[in-house]
Design a protein around this ligand. Sequence first.
Ligand code: RTP
Ligand code: MG
Length: 183
Amino acid sequence: MAAAAVKGIRRGSWPWTVDNGHRIPNIEYEGFLIMEKTFIMLKPDAVQRGLIGEIVARLEKKGFKLVAAKLMRVSQDLAEQHYQEHKGKAFFEPTVAYITSSPVMAMVWEGKNVVAQARALMGATNPAQADPGSIRGGFAVDVSRNLIHGSDSVDSAAREIGLYFSLEEIQSYAKAGEEWLSE
Ligand code: RTP
Ligand code: MG
């Protein structure tokens, strides 16, 4: 198991913590931080508009490692759990309807500070305010069709990865060239 510097993020026994009935992959193991992971979902508009390759290429070229991926249909129940923090807001129901309307590409990506760095690549929630060089700023025009989801914190990533993937679906492997990305 690759392990780096000690960081106090989450404690528990490897490999899962059970939270609210969901299995959550642990970020920390015996005091060591395991390489950060994030949950990325290419939303129905990304799949329908043929942007899977373009977006995956950006994450790959940045240097992140793809460790899980599946094309799937999100159920009503899963969508409501995913966006539970937004329950009660005006955009909750339209967003659940959008996410469940057509297949999505669910993925787990791994890398140094991948949670924050993937959010930077995605751009602001509203594509009209997103940097034009970002994914949302470059390829989308409206907040209700903003192409991509990315976990907003390490804790959200652990929760969301546990919602969408089982341990068996997440790969652990050495990738060629990793030594040229960071010390
Ligand atoms: P996400 O969770 O999808 O990665 O997006 P985010 O963190 O950038 O934004 P968040 O505030 O979590 O909003 C979740 C998703 O809800 C839809 N939304 N619509 N019509 C609206 O004003 C509005 N606001 C948010 C978007 O699909 C947004 O990504
Ligand atoms: Mg969010």
